[in-house]
Design a protein around this ligand. Structure first.
Ligand code: TA6
Length: 285
């Protein structure tokens, strides 16, 4: 007989499930508006750690955490800001595949966020399933009376069969800040970037299209972006993997983060101005 398991409120992950007939589907947690699965061409393209914690408190280790208002460490709180650890509000859901299959989440400042970062803002984040891709539209409006400055990023964890076989295009000739080498700046000289150690690089002024090759069953992911001028490439590798309680020691071989963001320089918005950016994920046919 199936046993009923009481799930305490704090562990109840409210999520939105989107499905575009048999073509594609996605799960989005209200916690951080974190996309935790994205099925395209019959396969989930996102990595979520088997040790990920779903307690509506901790950032989910995997999927697409939304990073705002700070990428990286800051003096005001946990690194990567509060957006990924705050409950968002579902404000729209459309399921008619003849039109659009999408859901829209909003995050506005409140007492809690202002106690950390005393600014007024409104974020709208739409996850849309198209025939061949998923599109993530991200906008931030300055709803205050003062200038607003922030950095932001979609921290996408892609699933791979073996990191040893993965390569990333579109980075050759670009400068990158290497957080593994003391934050020094280097220039990439490879057409196909491969990862064989701890990578934590912020590539700057990157093109709007990257291919991530040999992800799952040889598939190439096409990552396209608009108004996200930076691309972060991260893999913790073995030693750092062991230091993360919500990440399996060997899981570094099964993932690569290729993250579209506006992080090298802050976005600056005058009152009532809105920042728009987006990314698209597709499987190359
Ligand atoms: O995006 C790369 C990065 O900034 C790395 O420095 C690493 O810290 C990663 O994010 C994960 O950060 P988290 O706070 O989720 O453990």
């Amino acid at each position: 007989m199936a046993s009923l398991k009481f799930v305490p409120k704090e562990e109840r992950q409210e999520q939105v499930v989107l499905a575009r007939q048999l073509e594609s589907s996605a799960n989005v947690q209200l916690h951080g508006a974190t996309v935790t699965s994205l099925t395209l061409n019959g396969c989930d393209r996102l990595f979520v750690s088997e040790k990920a914690v779903f307690n509506n408190k901790k950032a989910i280790r995997g999927g697409i955490p939304v990073i705002f208002p700070q990428f990286g460490p800051w003096d005001l709180g946990a690194q990567h800001g509060f957006a990924r650890t705050t409950p968002w509000v579902l404000t729209d859901k459309q399921t008619d595949p003849k039109k659009e299959v999408l859901c829209t989440f909003e995050l506005e400042d409140d007492l809690e966020t202002r106690s950390i970062w005393n600014h007024k803002f409104k974020i709208k984040y739409t996850v849309a399933l198209k025939k061949k891709n998923a599109v993530f539209d991200f906008s931030v409006t300055n709803t205050g009376l003062a200038k607003l400055e922030f950095t932001c990023l979609l921290h996408t964890y892609f699933r791979v069969d073996d990191i040893a076989n993965v390569s990333i295009t579109g980075l050759n000739g670009l400068e990158y800040v290497d957080k593994v080498r003391g934050g020094a700046t280097f220039t990439e000289d490879r057409d196909l970037v491969t990862v064989g150690e701890n990578y934590d690089r912020v590539y700057q002024q990157t093109p709007n299209k990257h291919e991530i090759r040999n992800t799952i069953d040889g598939a190439t992911i096409i990552l396209e972006k608009n108004n996200f001028p930076d691309t972060v490439v991260w893999n913790p590798w073995a030693e750092k993997a062991k230091q993360m309680s919500d990440f399996g020691d060997d899981e570094y071989t099964k993932m690569i983060c290729v993250e579209a963001g506006h992080v090298s320089t802050p976005v600056t918005l005058q009152p009532e101005q809105t920042f728009f950016a987006s990314q698209s994920i597709a499987v190359k046919s």
